[in-house]
Design a protein around this ligand. Structure first.
Ligand SMILES: Cc1ncc(COP(=O)(O)O)c(C=O)c1O
Length: 385
């Protein structure tokens, strides 16, 4: 079946945060959702559920849990059991629940920066101490690649550190960490007896030949200290339906997380459950087509930047639909996104929101039809010429 990812859909009248937040003349390339319609089987399953007409409390779907068990085995040769899956209404919720579950007030939560903002706020929200180390940058022409800096991580870690939060694939720098890199992190955490919280929400947004490797799938011992967070929301473009999950194989850790959720975190929405189940059972072909389209968008955007905007540094993401752009040379008090909003009428995320190392950068979302991407890049070129 052919899917038309080039189709531009008007989202302005649909209560979309991405399209409704800024003025009409602004092209939004910020919030991490895509401008594509969800896979047709999801729309059909939701319509069928609506037709039934009764929207009472839902039961955790056994079909969904079995689909996840099958998926982990098939994609990663990772054997999990249905009872090791904890359903969650969102992954920011998951980050907060996990930081609340591990350690005690004042304990350290360690992460690499730059990183998705809630990694930096969740520990603070839960009375923990945020500890961070910068990823290392490697420059080649105008391309920037981010790598682990184990010495930096060791320097930021203290005897009070209890939890390491990993973002893999990484938002905003677009890395999918290799087995060797993940093994280094796992050894580091094992040596210091740290729990690992691995946010793998972008695990299906793989570009080119990239493969995803869950850190917990490396070996059963690592799995025992790991809480893996995943969701169909990014990959199948259903974040507004609020369906996510944690895989926690260690029963003690699972219990700690369940206690920290009790009475606060609601069950996942009925429609989210239908959409998630359909995503994992009937949308493989759509996902493959999406990956192909996003790969071409990445290649188009990076080529455009290299040829037309050589003063900008850019990542060449292995995964996600996010470009991380270095505009230091254009930085006006570090407020690059503000500059682009005013002068290019393009909304992107300010790099500083991603913590240390983000100043002078912006994050641009290329999960959109090619004509929209082209328009955004042309606007940047005109403003930065
Ligand atoms: C790494 C990461 N985690 C979590 C989220 C948000 O998840 P949710 O919308 O399920 O709260 C995002 C959204 O961009 C993300 O990039």
């Amino acid at each position: 079946m052919d899917y038309n990812f080039d189709q531009v859909i008007d989202r302005r009248s649909s209560d979309s945060v991405k399209w409704g937040y800024f003025a009409q003349d602004v092209l939004p390339m910020w919030v991490a959702d895509m401008d594509f319609a969800a896979p047709p089987p999801i729309t059909a399953a939701l319509a069928e559920r609506v037709q039934q007409g009764v929207f009472g409390y839902g039961l955790e779907s056994k079909t969904l849990k079995q689909a996840l068990v099958d998926r982990m085995a098939q994609l990663y040769r990772w054997e999990i059991r249905p009872e090791e899956i904890v359903l969650l209404p969102g992954l920011v919720c998951g980050l907060n629940v996990v930081t609340r579950a591990i350690g005690a007030p004042g304990d350290g939560v360690l992460t690499y920066t730059p990183v998705y903002g809630p990694f930096l706020t969740a520990p603070v929200n839960q009375g923990r101490t945020l500890q961070s180390a910068p990823l290392r940058t490697v420059h080649q022409g105008c391309r920037i690649r981010y790598e682990l800096d184990m010495a930096g991580l060791a320097a930021a870690c203290t005897p009070e550190t209890r939890l390491f939060m990993l973002c893999n694939p990484h938002n905003p720098v677009g890395r999918s960490f290799t087995g060797a890199e993940l093994n280094e992190i796992a050894a580091f955490c094992a040596e210091r007896n740290l729990v690992i919280c691995s946010d793998e929400i972008h695990c299906d947004l793989l570009l080119g030949t990239t493969q995803h490797l869950p850190i917990a799938s490396l070996d059963p011992e690592i799995a025992q200290r790991t809480i893996t967070l995943m969701a169909p929301s990014k990959s199948f473009n259903i974040p507004g339906l609020g369906a996510s999950f944690a895989i926690i194989q260690n029963p003690t850790l699972r219990r700690q997380v369940e206690v920290s959720m009790a009475g606060i975190v609601p069950h996942i929405n009925l429609f989210g459950m239908v959409a998630a189940t359909t995503a994992y059972t009937a949308c493989a072909e759509w996902l493959a087509a999406l990956q192909h389209y996003l790969t071409a968008n990445r290649d188009f955007a990076v080529r455009f930047i290299e040829q037309e905007l050589p003063a900008i540094g850019t990542t060449f993401p292995e995964s996600t639909y996010l470009l991380w752009l270095d505009l230091h040379r254009r930085a006006t008090d570090g407020k690059v996104a503000e500059f682009l909003l005013a002068n290019a009428k393009v909304a992107v995320n300010e790099g500083a929101w991603f913590g240390a190392g983000g100043e002078g950068f912006v994050r641009l979302n290329f999960g959109c039809p090619r004509p929209t991407l082209e328009e955004g890049l042309q606007r940047l070129r005109a403003a930065l010429a």
